[in-house]
Design a protein around this ligand. Structure first.
Ligand code: FES
Length: 245
């Protein structure tokens, strides 16, 4: 077991300190869960508010700043941090606060809608021959042990998990009208795979001071993305596309 001290930002603009014992191979999320399991409501500090779901970098809901850097605590090992030193947790930046470590994501999805990106793709599964997209009798046949596994058709080709880490890390997000790295990466993805999108209109949306021209090319977004989306690279490609058009 290792002893870990968490230094957690709270809604009343103070920090609370929590020392917990967890197994050596734990992740930051395990230490937070140990804090939550052991805490009791106090007059000055109500129960900690935080958000998580999948525990494996899939849902995108647990993002926070750990020692100043945007991370998913569910895939951030405690061994990344110096033993005996407190680990500081703050909510993501550039989002309205809800409480403690939780922020409001409405603005994130508004930006995604600006570029016409649906939150969930409607065509993420390409049906195999003899299999309906919604399942049913023919799908049941395909799931029998003898059916070959066809990953070519069943992979979900959308890497962004909408965790907001890139938005929090982006220095240009001080401009609240900036579309931001996630939406611009989504726009560039649409350019590559239009799925019926109006690419001329889309290019006009991103060719604005609120679009690709606000990016400061710090690559902070790409550095913190847990899925390797590389929004900064996508913005550079969008700029090239605009200049070539
Ligand atoms: S809990 Fe789902 S991404 Fe961390």
């Amino acid at each position: 077991m290792v002893t870990v001290t968490l230094h957690i930002w709270r809604s009343d603009h103070t920090f609370t300190y929590h020392t917990v014992n967890v197994p050596e191979d734990s992740y930051v999320i395990d230490a937070i869960e140990r804090v939550v399991a052991g805490q009791t409501a106090e007059a000055n500090h109500p129960l900690l508010v935080w958000r998580h779901a999948c525990h494996h970098a899939s849902c995108g809901s647990c993002g926070v700043r750990i020692n100043g850097l945007e991370k998913l605590p569910c895939v951030t090992p405690l061994s990344d941090y110096a033993p005996g030193r407190p680990i500081t947790l703050r909510p993501l930046a550039h989002f309205p606060p809800v409480a403690d470590l939780v922020v409001h994501f409405a603005s994130f999805f508004e930006r995604m809608r600006t570029v016409g990106m649906p939150i969930v793709r409607t065509d993420e599964t390409v049906p195999r021959e003899g299999v309906t997209a919604s399942g049913g009798e023919s799908a049941h046949k395909a799931n029998e042990p003898s059916a070959p596994l066809d990953l070519t058709h069943d992979l979900r080709f959308e890497d962004c998990i909408e965790c907001g880490l890139c938005v929090s890390a982006c220095p240009a997000m001080v401009n609240p009208r900036f579309i931001g790295p996630a939406a611009l990466a989504a726009a560039e993805r649409l350019m590559e795979e239009p799925r019926g999108a109006d690419l001329v209109s889309l290019l006009q949306v991103v060719d604005q001071q609120t679009g690709v021209w606000s990016c400061r090319s710090s690559y902070s977004c790409s550095a913190v993305c847990p899925s390797g989306v590389d929004p900064a690279g996508a913005i550079i490609r969008l700029r090239k596309r605009i200049l070539d058009s």
